[in-house]
Design a protein around this ligand. Structure first.
Ligand SMILES: Nc1nc2c(ncn2[C@@H]2O[C@H](COP(=O)(O)OP(=O)(O)O)[C@@H](O)[C@H]2O)c(=O)[nH]1
Ligand SMILES: [Mg+2]
Length: 173
């Protein structure tokens, strides 16, 4: 008698990606665009942390467990746990908000303190709204160079550079 058990799915190792940055900097939208290729203009506060899984495809050999930290001050005591064991840390800031850029050194320090071996990438969000941009790409680039990390400008609204960002994440693992 022949077995009708289907073959097991191919095993894909999963990697931990942490998306950090100040409140409203576009972290949840970035993950939503990356995982479901959609965008919602509502703000939904992340309580504590969210976990999303971006499955591997033929192109991407790893599944990504993407953790989004709540950006609000009162959750910061929990942050250590999120950074621990990260393979990649995405440091988000809102290109329309000076304060979110000013808070980036805090997030960079948390990364250095808790996950120094992870690959860090600086990501400027909301690049679609060209008229309201407060942080020029060249200023972001200067900061990123100082820290020895890469800078990418993205838009979760249009999807610009989101696929490329995550292709880069997977390629660098
Ligand atoms: N124009 C524009 N708005 C965005 C973009 N990404 C996020 N937003 C908006 O910015 C607000 C905060 O985004 P959210 O992802 O919830 O930020 P989080 O607090 O960092 O998770 C929401 O109203 C989003 O719709 C983007 O790429 N372009
Ligand atoms: Mg959020």
């Amino acid at each position: 008698m022949t077995s009708t058990t289907p073959p097991p799915p191919p095993f894909h190792e999963s990697k931990k990606v942490v998306v950090a940055g100040s409140a409203s900097s576009g972290k949840s939208s970035l993950v939503q665009r990356a995982v479901t290729n959609t965008f919602t203009s509502d703000y939904l506060q992340t309580f504590g942390a969210d976990l999303c899984v971006k499955n591997s495809s033929e192109k991407t050999k790893y599944a990504l467990n993407i953790w989004t930290c709540g950006g609000h001050e009162r959750y910061r005591a929990l942050l250590e746990q999120f950074f621990v064991g990260a393979d990649v840390v995405i440091l988000c800031f809102d290109m329309l908000s000076t304060s979110s850029f000013q808070e980036l050194p805090y997030w960079f320090n948390e990364y250095k303190r808790n996950a120094p071996d992870a690959l860090a990438i600086m990501v400027g969000t909301k690049s679609d709204d060209a008229d309201s941009i407060k942080i020029k790409p060249q200023d972001a680039l200067k900061q990123a160079k100082e820290w020895g990390i890469e800078f990418r400008a993205v838009s979760s609204k249009t999807g610009m550079n989101i696929g490329e960002l995550f292709d880069h994440v997977v390629a660098s693992l």
